[in-house]
Write a protein that binds this ligand. Structure first.
Ligand SMILES: [Zn+2]
Length: 280
């Protein structure tokens, strides 16, 4: 595990010919590029696209494209306050919970509820604890998640774990989205204990997410940990913000995928994966 004790070079996750296209998407853009990019944005450049081919109107600063998958201390794309949550004393944790509960009380009374009626009495504290649980993935350390489950193994066939249950929170509406993740990789002399694939998915799901980023983070982290020949992640999820409000398309689900390395470069590998998933 000593390899995780040092900062990892930001370009090390992209493998083979996927590296160039990842760069083109701004993934792991070296930090020295960023000020230049901002300067260009601020200079009123009238071209509608920047160096990365991204339309200027879109927000490119997704944490998983600007930062390496694993930080110097083993955290992976932590939230701004993740380290203060990890380092807090029990008293500080209690104070945090009470502050969240206070805010929830405000929401309830603004919604017209009587916060003193019996059914709601302990709801704010309960909700605070639930939210801390739903977002606990920010605090997870890759070293603890992986433990000693990376093995040297001369296996070079596709490994697939299907139907990993996922529960996450949509960061736009703070309501759940949930479904199944399918994770595959083709090893390059190293394999990961199978249950760790589910742990990895859980680590990124227990955060505020968009499904696309969750998919990408699982794939990029696995790629960083194992340096495999390729990684593929497919996520199928139902979003409560979509099925329970607005258009109310009950039963609709969203599928996202992220293919890296040989899954991206080789159609045959990709097709084998999709066939094994029963999608072809
Ligand atoms: Zn939403």
């Amino acid at each position: 595990m000593s390899e995780y004790s040092n900062p990892l070079p930001s370009s090390s996750t992209s493998k083979g010919s996927s590296e160039q296209s990842d760069r083109a998407n701004g993934i792991h853009a070296p930090s020295s590029v960023l000020p230049l990019k901002r300067a260009k944005l601020n200079s009123g450049e009238d071209s509608i696209r920047n160096n990365f081919g991204t339309p200027l109107q879109t927000r490119v600063a997704s944490p998983c494209t600007l930062n390496p998958p694993i930080d110097f201390d083993g955290l992976s794309w932590p939230s701004q306050g993740a380290r203060s949550r990890i380092e807090q004393t029990p008293e500080e944790a209690k104070a945090r919970e009470l502050r969240i509960a206070g805010a929830v009380k405000t929401i309830l009374s603004e919604l017209g509820e009587d916060v003193d009626r019996e059914g709601l009495l302990e709801t704010p504290e309960r909700y605070a604890r639930a939210m801390l649980f739903f977002t606990k993935g920010y605090e997870d350390n890759i070293r603890d998640v992986i433990k000693r489950a990376v093995f040297e193994e001369n296996h070079d066939e596709m490994v697939i774990v299907r139907d990993i249950e996922i529960y996450s929170l949509c960061e736009h509406h703070l309501v759940p989205f949930f479904g199944k993740a399918h994770i595959a990789y083709i090893p390059n002399k190293r394999v990961l204990g199978l249950s760790k694939l589910a742990r990895l998915a859980e680590m990124y799901a227990r955060r505020f997410q968009v499904q696309e980023r969750l998919t990408k983070q699982i794939a990029m982290a696995l790629s960083e940990i194992l340096k495999p020949r390729g990684v593929a992640v497919v996520l199928e999820a139902t979003h409560m913000c979509m099925v329970s409000r607005g258009v109310q398309k009950t039963g609709s689900s969203t599928t996202t995928s992220c293919m890296l390395g040989c899954f991206r470069d080789q159609q045959k590998t990709r097709e084998e994966f999709l066939t094994l998933l029963g999608r072809h």
